[in-house]
Write a protein that binds this ligand. Structure first.
Ligand SMILES: Cc1cc2nc3c(=O)[nH]c(=O)nc-3n(C[C@H](O)[C@H](O)[C@H](O)COP(=O)(O)OP(=O)(O)OC[C@H]3O[C@@H](n4cnc5c(N)ncnc54)[C@H](O)[C@@H]3O)c2cc1C
Length: 467
C-alpha cells in the first residue's frame, strides 16, 4: 500500500471523533468512492479482489485476521492438518492490492441512512462510512432453538471449533486408556456425529479412520479399533443434496469404514451423558459433534429487513437489497435464487461467484453512471464430498465419480482452491504422507487438560464463542 493510501484511507468515525457523520469525507482527501466489505470469507474476499483495478477505495473488515478454508476444517478437527495449513492472514492476501485496506473488527450494525457500518464497542464503537456496502458475514451453527446443546455437541465453523473438537476426540481415547470401568470406557469410546450432510459424513469417516488406522497400535489398555462411530440423521438418507445412487454408495462406504448409520432418527436431547434419540433411546457418549444446522449471521437485523427461516436476507437479481441499491448481501447470509426460483445452496463457489459479480458490478457503476446492472447467474460446476482415504463422490451432472477417482478429483480441487502456494504444497505433501503411512501428523491436544477427570469435557461455550 502506498503512503498516500495509508494516510488517507484509514479514517473511521467514532462517537467521539467529532466528525459530523454526514460529512463522510471529513478529514479525508481521497475522493474515490469507498466500498466497505464486511467478512473476508469466500464471498468478501472475492469481491475485494474483483475490485483490484477499480477506481475505488476498498475497506475489508473481519472479526478475525485470517481467511479460513472451511471445507478442510474437519481435517483439523481429526488431526489430519494443522490450523495454519487452512488459514491465511487477510493482510497477506491483499498485500499487493494497493486500493485495499484491512481492518480487524466485529461489525454489529449498519446505519443505512448515514451510510455507516458500526463496529462493536470493544473496537471503539467506530463507524466506517461507505458509498457501497457488501455484507458477506456467512453463517453460524443453529441448534434449532436448543442452544443448551452446544456445550455438549460443538459444531465446526471456526479454527477454535476445530481445535476444541480435536481435543475432545483425542482426550476421549486418552481417558479411556485410564478408565477401569467397562461401561464408562465404552461411553468414552462412543462418538456420535449428528447430521449426515457433507460435514457429518466427512467427520464420521475421518473419526473412524483415526480410530482404526492412525491410533490403532498406540495404546496399551484399550483397542482404539473398538471405538463406535455413529452417524445420526433425521432424514432417510445421507448427503440429501446428492443423487440417490451416490448416497447409497456413501452409506455402503461408511459401513465398510465401521461407521454405524442411524437414519430416520431424530435427536431429542443432548447432555453430559450422551444423546437421546426419538425421545427414548439414549446413546451414552462423551464426544458428540453437531453437523446438523446453520443459520445466517444477523445481517437481516442490522438492515431491519425480513429474513427466511435460516436468517438469510432476500436479495434482488443483482444481489442488492430492495430500496438500497448501495448495499449488497452475498454468500451464506443471502437468499438468492436460480433461474427456476430455487434458493442457491450455501456453498463456497456460490459465495465466490457472488463476490466476483458484486465486485465487477461496483467497478462498472462507479465508472459509468446509469449503466444497467447485470443479473447474477450462478454457474454450477458440480459437487464433491469425501468419505475417507481413497473414497469420495463427485457429481458433475451426467458424469458421476466415486471411489478413488472421486477422491483424486476431491484432493485436486481442494488443493487448487486453497490460498497460497505454501498451504497448497504442505497440504499436498501431508496428504501424500498419510496416504502412504495412515498417519495423522497433527495429533495435538492443546489447552488445559484436567487429567483423570472423566468426560464430559464441557468446555466453556461463552469463552469459545468470544475467542
Ligand atoms: C465445516 C464446513 C465444511 C464445508 N465444506 C464445504 C465444501 O466442501 N464445499 C463447499 O462448497 N462449501 C463448503 N462449506 C460451505 C462454505 O464454506 C460456505 O458456503 C462459505 O464459506 C460461505 O462463504 P461466505 O463468504 O458467505 O462466508 P464465510 O466464508 O463463512 O466468511 C464469513 C466471514 O465473515 C466474518 N464475519 C462474520 N461475522 C462478522 C462480523 N459481525 N463482523 C466482521 N466479520 C464477520 C467471519 O470471520 C468470516 O471471515 C463448508 C462449511 C463448513 C462450516
Amino acid at each position: 500500500m502506498t503512503d498516500f493510501a495509508m494516510q488517507t484511507s484509514f479514517h473511521v468515525h467514532s462517537p467521539t471523533c467529532g466528525c459530523p457523520a454526514e460529512a463522510r469525507a471529513s478529514g479525508e482527501t481521497d475522493k474515490r468512492p469507498r466500498v466497505v466489505i464486511v467478512g473476508a470469507g469466500f464471498g468478501g474476499l472475492s469481491a475485494a479482489r474483483a475490485l483490484a483495478k477499480a477506481n475505488v477505495r476498498v475497506t475489508l473488515v473481519d472479526r478475525r485476521n485470517h481467511h479460513l478454508f472451511q471445507p478442510l476444517l474437519y481435517q483439523v478437527a481429526t488431526a489430519g492438518l494443522s490450523p495454519s495449513q487452512i488459514a491465511t492472514p487477510i493482510r497477506t492476501i491483499l498485500r499487493r492490492q494497493e486500493n485495499a485496506e484491512v481492518l480487524l473488527g466485529t461489525v454489529t450494525g449498519v446505519d443505512t441512512e448515514r451510510q455507516h457500518a458500526v463496529l462493536a464497542s470493544e473496537h471503539g464503537g467506530h463507524r466506517i462510512n461507505y458509498d457501497y456496502l457488501v455484507l458477506a458475514t456467512g453463517a453460524r451453527h443453529s441448534y434449532f432453538g436448543r442452544d443448551e446443546w452446544e456445550e455438549f455437541a460443538p459444531g465446526l465453523k471456526s479454527l477454535e471449533d476445530a481445535i476444541e473438537l480435536r481435543k475432545r476426540i483425542l482426550l476421549a481415547f486418552e481417558r479411556a486408556e485410564l478408565e477401569q470401568d467397562e461401561e464408562a470406557r465404552r461411553r468414552l469410546l462412543t462418538f456420535v456425529v449428528i447430521g449426515a450432510g457433507p460435514t457429518g459424513v466427512e467427520m464420521a469417516g475421518a473419526i473412524a479412520e483415526l480410530a482404526r488406522r492412525a491410533l490403532a497400535s498406540d495404546f496399551r489398555s484399550i483397542d482404539p479399533r473398538a471405538a463406535r462411530v455413529l452417524l445420526v440423521e433425521a432424514g432417510p438418507r445421507t448427503l440429501a443434496t446428492f443423487p440417490e445412487e451416490l448416497s447409497a454408495y456413501t452409506e455402503k462406504a461408511l459401513t465398510c469404514l465401521g461407521v454405524e448409520l442411524m437414519l430416520t432418527s431424530k435427536v431429542t436431547g443432548i447432555d453430559a451423558h450422551g444423546v437421546t434419540l426419538d425421545g427414548a433411546r439414549m446413546i451414552p457418549s462423551a464426544c458428540v459433534v453437531w453437523a446438523a444446522g446453520v443459520a445466517a449471521s444477523p445481517v437481516a437485523k442490522w438492515l431491519n429487513v425480513e429474513a427466511d427461516r435460516a436468517g438469510r436476507v432476500s436479495v434482488q437479481w443483482d444481489l442488492s437489497i430492495p430500496s438500497h441499491p448501495d448495499i449488497f448481501v452475498i454468500g451464506d447470509c443471502a437468499l438468492a435464487k436460480d433461474k427456476k426460483s430455487r434458493p442457491l445452496p450455501g456453498l463456497a463457489p456460490v459465495a465466490k461467484q457472488q463476490g466476483e459479480h458484486v465486485g465487477r458490478l461496483i467497478s462498472k457503476i462507479t465508472r459509468w453512471r446509469g449503466v444497467p446492472r447485470p443479473v447474477f447467474r450462478y454457474k454450477d460446476y458440480g459437487a464433491l464430498a469425501t468419505i475417507g482415504r481413497k473414497i469420495a463422490i463427485a457429481d458433475f451432472g451426467k458424469i458421476k465419480l466415486r471411489g478413488l477417482l472421486g477422491w483424486l478429483m476431491w484432493c485436486l480441487a481442494h488443493v487448487y482452491f486453497l490460498i497460497g502456494f505454501r498451504n497448497r504444497f504442505s497440504v499436498a505433501i501431508d496428504w501424500a504422507w498419510s496416504y502412504l503411512t495412515f498417519e495423522r501428523g497433527a495429533r495435538l491436544i492443546t489447552g488445559s487438560v484436567e487429567a483423570a477427570q472423566p468426560a464430559p469435557i464441557a468446555g466453556n461455550v461463552a469463552e469459545r464463542r468470544a475467542a
